[in-house]
Design a protein around this ligand. Structure first.
Ligand SMILES: Nc1ccn([C@@H]2O[C@H](COP(=O)(O)OP(=O)(O)OP(=O)(O)O)[C@@H](O)[C@H]2O)c(=O)n1
Ligand SMILES: C[C@](O)(CO)[C@H](O)COP(=O)(O)O
Length: 226
């Protein structure tokens, strides 16, 4: 299975002075944990890291230090996650029939989750890892007034990995460019194009490391895994 890792963000919400994926978590850069999980997933054979060229030397050092055995390529990132994935898709080897996309910032995803998604995508066109939401969710207007309360049993929190048929995902991204759609995950492009996307059971611990609080939680979770 081919895996694309969007890793080209700037980490504004983290408030750090560099790409948050280079921050240390339990004595390793955050992206190192993501790469170790992908390396340990038996289903993954090729990894493309989509990142800003200014970070490439640092990423190369991390890859060398981890002594990863899988084929890894660095691909230029875009100015949004959507653009970064688009660039990653153009750089996939021509024999890639399916692809998993996994945020570099989700450094707690397990090898088992990668393997479950790799297996499931062989039997459908699109999937995402997701978990049912536990809170009651409110739809709120610009004045801070609640407009509605959607029924919780239909609400799922989207995670990555997200898996797709490569040909269809390329078509959906191209349509997104034509229509000017701006989305925060790839499944949303499938949805807008009217193509079915399935849920695979995600992991409660599969956080996207977004704020300093998330970093502290990741430290805690990893301390139990070592
Ligand atoms: N231009 C971008 C923006 C984001 N990402 C990646 O998409 C994932 C999810 O994005 P997010 O957590 O929002 O990361 P940042 O964009 O770095 O954070 P922020 O939105 O707080 O600036 C991350 O692995 C990030 O590196 C990317 O590849 N290219
Ligand atoms: C893809 C994603 O991680 C699913 O939860 C998320 O949508 C990324 O969004 P962000 O706005 O870039 O954090």
């Amino acid at each position: 299975m081919h895996l694309l890792i969007p890793a080209a963000g700037s980490g504004k919400r983290m408030g750090a002075d560099r790409n948050k994926l280079l921050l240390q978590v339990r004595s390793k850069p955050l992206i190192a944990w993501t790469l170790l999980a992908a390396e340990a997933a038996s289903s993954i054979s090729w990894i493309g890291i989509v990142s800003q060229p200014q970070d490439w030397d640092k990423f190369k050092s991390i890859i060398a230090e981890l002594k990863l055995k899988k084929t890894i390529e660095l691909i230029s990132g875009g100015s949004t996650r959507q653009e970064s994935v688009y660039n990653g898709l153009q750089a996939l080897p021509s024999n890639a029939g399916q692809v998993l996309i996994h945020d570099g910032a989700r450094c707690l995803a397990t090898p088992d989750l990668f393997n479950a998604c790799s297996e499931a995508i062989l039997n459908c066109s699109g999937l995402i890892a997701a978990v049912p939401v536990k809170d009651t969710i409110k739809v709120v207007d610009d004045n801070g007034i609640i407009k509605s309360t959607p029924e919780r049993k239909q609400l799922w929190a989207a995670q990555t990995p997200q898996g797709f048929d490569v040909k269809l995902l390329k078509q959906c991204h191209a349509e997104g460019v034509r229509q000017g759609w701006e989305v925060t995950d790839d499944a949303a492009l499938f949805e807008k194009c009217g193509i079915e996307v399935r849920i695979v059971s995600g992991e409660e611990t599969n956080l996207k490391i977004t704020t300093p609080q998330d970093l502290a939680i990741a430290e805690f979770i990893l301390s139990y895994r070592e």
